[in-house]
Write a protein that binds this ligand. Structure first.
Ligand code: HEM
Length: 174
C-alpha cells in the first residue's frame, strides 16, 4: 500500500522521540559539566531512565516501520538525493539503537547499574571494567556528535523540502 501520509502511530513516535532525544542531548551536555553533587546524580538518573525509554520505543518504532510502509519519496527527487535520504534515515535508526546501548553498557562497566525510574533494575550485560567504561564513555560521546550532525542534515533537508521545494514532504509527518 502506498499512502501519502504517515500513520498516526508513526507520527506520534517520530515527534515523541524527537522531543526526548533533543532533551537527552541537552541534558547530557549540561549534566556532564556539573561538579559532583546530589543534583548531578539525580540528573544522571533521569538521563539514564529517559535514555532507556528511548531504547524501548525505538524497537516499537522499528517494528511499526517494517510492518507499515512509509509514503514514497517525492517523484521529482534525484537518485543521489533518494540514496542520501535513505542513508540518513537508516543512520538515525542505527544511532537510536546504539547510543542508548552504549550508555547502558557504559553505566554497567563503570559500576552503576541502571534502575529504570528507580523501580526496574536493568541487567548489567558487562561486568565492572574501568578501561571498558572509559572507552564506552568516549564512544557514547562520539556517537552523539554523529547524531547531532545527522540530525542537522535531517532538519535542513526537511526545511528545504518545505520552504524551497514546497513539495509537501514535511506535511506528511504532521
Ligand atoms: C537516545 C538516547 C541518549 C542520548 C541522545 C544521550 C546523549 C548524551 C550526551 C549528549 C551526553 C554528553 C556526552 C559528553 O559530552 O560527554 C551523554 C552523557 C551520558 N549518558 Fe547519555 N544519551 C542517551 C542514552 C543514555 C542511556 C540509555 C544511558 C544509560 C543507561 C546514558 C548514560 C549517560 C551517562 C552516564 C553520561 C555521562 C558520561 C560522562 O560523565 O561523561 N545515556 N549522553
Amino acid at each position: 500500500m502506498n499512502t501519502t501520509t504517515y500513520t498516526p502511530v508513526a507520527k506520534s513516535l517520530h515527534w515523541l522521540m524527537a522531543v526526548m532525544i533533543l532533551g537527552l542531548l541537552a541534558l547530557g551536555i549540561y549534566m556532564h559539566e556539573l561538579p559532583l553533587s546530589p543534583q548531578k546524580l539525580t540528573l544522571y538518573s533521569w538521563h539514564k531512565w529517559a535514555g532507556v525509554t528511548v531504547f524501548l520505543l525505538v524497537w516499537l518504532r522499528l517494528a511499526w516501520r517494517v510492518t507499515h510502509r512509509p509514503p514514497a519519496l517525492p517523484e521529482a527527487m534525484s537518485r543521489p538525493m533518494r540514496l542520501a535520504a535513505h542513508a540518513g534515515h537508516a543512520a538515525l535508526y542505527g544511532l537510536m539503537v546504539v547510543i542508548p546501548l552504549s550508555g547502558w553498557l557504559m553505566s554497567s562497566a563503570k559500576g552503576f547499574q541502571t534502575v529504570w525510574f528507580g523501580v526496574l533494575p536493568i541487567p548489567d550485560l558487562v561486568g565492572r571494567d574501568k578501561a571498558l567504561g572509559d572507552f564506552l564513555q568516549e564512544a557514547h560521546k562520539a556517537l552523539n556528535l554523529l547524531l547531532m550532525l545527522t540530525l542537522g542534515g535531517h532538519l535542513v533537508a526537511a526545511l528545504w523540502h518545505h520552504f524551497v521545494l514546497k513539495d509537501g514532504t514535511l506535511n506528511r509527518m504532521r
